[in-house]
Every structure is written in C-alpha cells, then in structure tokens.
Design a protein around this ligand. Sequence first.
Ligand code: HEM
Length: 525
Amino acid sequence: MTLTMFLTSLTLATTTNLILIIQLLIITYVARYYYKYFTRQSPLPGPFPLPLVGNLFQVGLNPAKYAMDHHHEFDKMFEIWVGSKRFIFLSHHSLTENIYIPNVNNKFFARIQIPFLENIGLQHGLIFNNNYQIWKRNRKFVVQSLMSPRFLRRFTLLAQSLFNENESFWDKKEYHIDFAKWTKNFTTDITLRTTTRRPSYCLNTFVFGDPTNSEEIKKSIKFIHATQTFFENIMFEIFVPNVLKHYFPGFYHMNKMYIKNMNWLNETISDIIKKRRTEIENYDEVGSDLIDILLTLNTSRDSNGYNEDETPMSDQEVRATIIEVSAAGIDTTANTCCFVVWQLSHHPRVVARFRDEMREILGDDTTRQITYEDLEKFTYLDAIIKESQRTIPVVPLSMRTCVEGSVIGGNSWEPNTVFFIDHEQIHKSPDCWENPDKFIPERFLKGSDHEIVKNSFIPFGGGIRICPGRHMAMVELKTLLILIYRKYDIELVDKVSKKPKVIFIGTKTCTDLKVIARSRNYNNV
Ligand code: HEM
C-alpha cells in the first residue's frame, strides 16, 4: 500500500466517522428533545414542536396572533415551544391571581432573560430588569417623574401646543389623512420631547414635508422606525434560535438589521444623555422632563434632598430606561388612539354623548385651553377609551416567568417557566363580560350594572410591574381626542371592513386608518 493510498483510506475513514458522530449527536439531541417533551410536567394542549425550532413554523414571531387565531382549539391554558423552552398561555382572569399581585412576595416578578439585551447593556432599565433592588429604585424614579401632577399638567399643555402647531391643515374644508401615520408622528414627537428634552420634528415633517433636508429632522424620523423595531427585535430574540440567526440567510440579515438599529438607538440616546449631564453640571435649570429627573434624582441637584442609602442612576441605567420608555410609550398610545377613532366612527351615538360631556366641562368655546384638572372630569371619555382597550387591546399579551416552582390552574410549574397572560381573551371572556364583542362604554361608568371582575380588564398589565406610563397615556389620549372631536367630524374612508387593519409586531399595530376630517365650524357656517 502506497502512502497516498494509506492517507486516502485514513481520510475516508475519518470522514465516515465524522458523519457517524454527527448522526449520533443529532439522534441523541432529537431523542433528548422528545424525551423532555413527552415527560414534561403538567402537559397541556398545543401545537406539536420540532427539535431546535419548537413551534416557530406554526407561531412565527407572533404568539399574540397565534393565540387569537387558535384559542378556540384549546381551553384556558395551552403551551407552545420556543426551541426547547416552554411558554404557557393563560387565557382566563382567574389564572392571573398569583401573578398580578402588587407586592414583591410573588414568584412572578421576573420577565424572560434576553442575553442580547445584556450584551448591549439594555437590561438595566425597567422592562427587562430582573434585579429586584435595581428595578425597584429605577421604577420609583420613573413613577416619580411620569405620574407627578406637575409633569402631567405640563404634558397636557405640550400635547395641545403640538396639535395646534399643525392644526392649520385640519381647518381645511376636508382634510384627508392617514390617521395611523399622523398619530405615530404625534406620539413620537411628544414622547421624545418629554423623555429627552430635545426637539423632535416628525409631525411637522409629516404634515408640511421637509424642505431643509436637515440631519436633525432625519434623526427624528429615524426614531419612529427605531422605536417600533425595538419590540420586533425582542420578539426575534426570544423566538428565533441562535443557529438560525447566525447561519440562515434570511434570519442572518434580519439579525444584522436589528443589531444596527439597536446600536443606533444606544448611541443616539447616549449622546443626548452626555450632553444633558454636562448642561446640568454647568448649572442649567433642572426641568420636569424624564431625562432631567433621572439624571438628578438623589444627587446634589435633587430638590427633594438626597438619601445616602440609595445611589443615583448611572448613565447606562438612564439610557436603558429612556430607550424602553420611548419604545413602550410611542406605538402603544398611537395605536390605542387609532382604535378609539375606529370605534367612534362606528358608534355615532357614543360620539354624541362624548360631545355632550365636552360641552358640559369646557363650554362652547372650542379654543379654550384644556387643563389636567379638566381631563379628570371626563368620565365618559375615560369609559370610551377603556372600552376600546378592552375590545382591541394594543398589548395583547404580557409576559412573566416564575423564579421558583409554582402552581397555576391546579398545575405545577418548574422554575423559569414562561407565562403569557392573554389580555385579548381575558377581555372577551363571557365569564366576565356580557356581550363581549359589543362596544358599550357605559359598562365602565360608576353606578353601571356591570361589575368589573378583578383582573378581567388589564390593558396596562397588573401587579408590581403594571405600566408606569398609564396616566401619561390616558392624558395624551384624552387631550388628543378632545382636540379632535370638539372641532372636527371624522369619517372613515373604508366604512365596510369589520375590523381595523392591524399587524402584530409585539404590539397590535394599526397599519392604515384613512379618515376625512371636516371642520365643524365650517359645516355650521
Ligand atoms: C395606551 C398605552 C399603553 C399601553 C396599553 C401599555 C401597556 C403596558 C403593558 C401591558 C405593560 C406590561 C405590564 C405587566 O407586565 O404587568 C407595560 C409595561 C410598561 N410600560 Fe406601558 N403601556 C402604554 C403606554 C406607556 C407609556 C406612555 C409609557 C412611558 C412613557 C409606558 C412605559 C412602560 C414601561 C417602562 C413598562 C415596564 C414596566 C416594568 O416592567 O416595571 N407605557 N405597558
């Protein structure tokens, strides 16, 4: 046997062995995967998973859409698999009892851990922060800022001035507008102005165009896409296994795009924080915007003094918090506003009662400034928004994990099991809502016959992680709806569709809502 022949047979033997080893590894992986699946604790119904990808092909990146389309096949609980991790859907209010409790003595404080966020330092804010002590301090600071009457009063005025800046277009005889785009531009501007204290020009550019082509304006516009992509990116991180992200062309390119987007957000907000910290250190006046409050709380510039047991927030924590608050506040509020307008367009009786309430509180002067105190009197408008959130919740699912073994719905769950609380199904449960598909704001009015069952209405989640932006969102929604409906009649262009046009990107997003706004003054002349 020549040396070449020997080497060739050796290579062949090695290749054959390698193939055998790979085959053996695959068989072992598949056997282990299905052993784990078939011997799982408390098995529930759900789509059958495949090794490595779990239910990716049935569920995609849209667990909320999957739950909406398939809930009738399952009972109050079902499961899906993400790779080799189990996610449990809870679709009945009674199952949330141990999760939505307002103190830390529950086992469901944590959300899922996302290594990608840890790699770029974005686990230090609120939404994905599982360190209770740090989360508690950050949350206290955010709540102190976003829920203070001083902030909310200023925010009410800011919403009006932003609307008025662009109102000349609305005052035309007929203003044809894609309201889905208009609101997204509006909420981006107002959120960025109040969180970063920087001007933002999305709405102006949307309405008047951009003759200057300036970098500042381009940056504002980029924020709309960047914040929307934030939650899309999170879903991608949770649902797509690493091997697909790194080696399969479609997923690989999406991954690259998401990383680029996140880096841009990180850098842009970092620059804003650096500049503002320097301005504050140079004794610029501290305002009531989120960035100022987060940068100064518990420092020598804090007007409430300083507590030695608590550290101020680092730039990294401020950055993560501002990014999260912006991403969590822009789309959610814009889409809620679209769904309220869609519902109102189908319920003229409700619009008439809303206008009666407006006249009672604000009088006949349609230019009178609206105050935060006025908004608190709008109980019918409050009920309209709530009923719209019940029927079309923009956040259809919220997510928690159990840090210890626990029991839900009579089933035992091992630590780190992930739970999706299905707001959409809970909001439509016939056990809690009479005629659940009907739009009846009156059920939310005090003194109505309808009793709101605990945890049956949860558009802002619940328990200790309940949305800290809920008052800000309600102030923004109420102000905007009053500004629109007291002066304009709104007509949908598409009067036929039974549902608004939506896609699911983490939140339920209204993709298109073409309306015609007509000035009521003009029509009355
Ligand atoms: C109509 C608009 C909004 C809806 C429907 C909404 C809904 C939600 C929901 C369902 C959660 C999860 C709560 C849970 O796990 O129990 C949440 C969390 C959160 N929201 Fe909102 N939200 C809205 C507006 C806002 C605004 C305007 C902000 C801030 C400006 C905001 C900031 C946050 C933050 C930071 C969290 C994470 C809280 C934590 O984990 O401690 N949201 N929101």
